[in-house]
Design a protein around this ligand. Sequence first.
Ligand SMILES: Cc1ncc(COP(=O)(O)O)c(C=O)c1O
Length: 386
Amino acid sequence: MPFDFDTVPDRRHTGSLKWDKYQGRDILPLWVADMDFLSPPAVIDALRARAEHGIYGYTAPTDEAAQAVVDYLRQQYGYAIKPEWIVWSHGLVPALSIACRAYAKEGEGVLVCTPVYPPMLSCPVNMSRRLIPVPLKITGEKWEFDWPALEKSVTSDTRVFILCSPHNPVGRAWTRAELAQVAQFCAKHNLVLVSDEIHCDLVIDDGVKHTVTASLGPEVEARTVTQMAASKTYNLPGLACAFSVIADKKLRAAFVQAAAGLVTEVNAFGYAGTIAAFQKGEPWRRELIAYLRGNRDLLYDFVKTRLPQLKLVPMQATYLAWLDARALGVDNLQKFFEDAGVGLSPGHIFGDAGRGFVRLNFGCPRATLVEALKRMEKAVSARKAK
Ligand SMILES: Cc1ncc(COP(=O)(O)O)c(C=O)c1O
């Protein structure tokens, strides 16, 4: 069944974080990570059915929800888990904070590689843990972990390594070998490995496969907290439903304890959407990936031929492009592109390593992407001409 990614309803005045930011201004919002696509029809049907029940009382995770996750992980990634390993939460950001709280004491260290999804920088700090940011490095045309820098930065009171896999914003889908090296590093320094894999279904490079970190082996699994959701892939982050998979009993108990009173019942629609997405969303997801690949290739081509002042290291996953705009010499890149009619995420919020970059969300109809790129081209050319 063909799905339509080109026509979407108007999102203005729907309380959309993404669109309402620029209410009344002619700015195309290509910032926060949700997509301007309808969710899969199967998800919409499931939510309609749940709404029609008419009673929205406190909702406990059902066996069906757990089984949907178990089946999905086995089918997509060959990773076998037990239903009781799953801990639900209303989003992954709370789960990141909970993990910091559970596995490090106040003042103890939490390592994260930058540039990175901003809450990975703020959650440890909000929990009064010590953030240890370590920049990734670019080798040729590839973002990589900087192992000497990581070894230099880790301290005897570092307790947690937050991994972003695939990595937002640089778009790397880490290889098995790279993940094994992360796991080895965590074992050597006795760190809990919090592996945020929310973008796992969004690998867009042909022939590249996502590996669930915890699936590398029992020792890795025993120190890993896998954090996932259907929200990014199936475009339902507003339903606020995510889960952590924690095989180790002690780690799971510590997580549940740290969540007490902070994470309460997840909403009924979150479960309904997640179940439908995982059970019935695959045909839609496959078409989504093909569409995103088209957008990404168009973006590469446009940047190369018409925006050569910007640099783009090839990305393998996510619908987020990490553009190096340092050559423009603009202080406030966000304002520069907003003035041109395009709303992007400024690089500095992803950590110091992100200064001079902008993140562009290409999870939108192709026509929107083309219009945004033309606006950017016009602004960059006008600057050059000055
Ligand atoms: C790496 C990563 N983790 C977590 C989230 C957000 O999770 P949630 O909306 O479930 O809190 C995002 C959203 O963009 C993300 O990119």
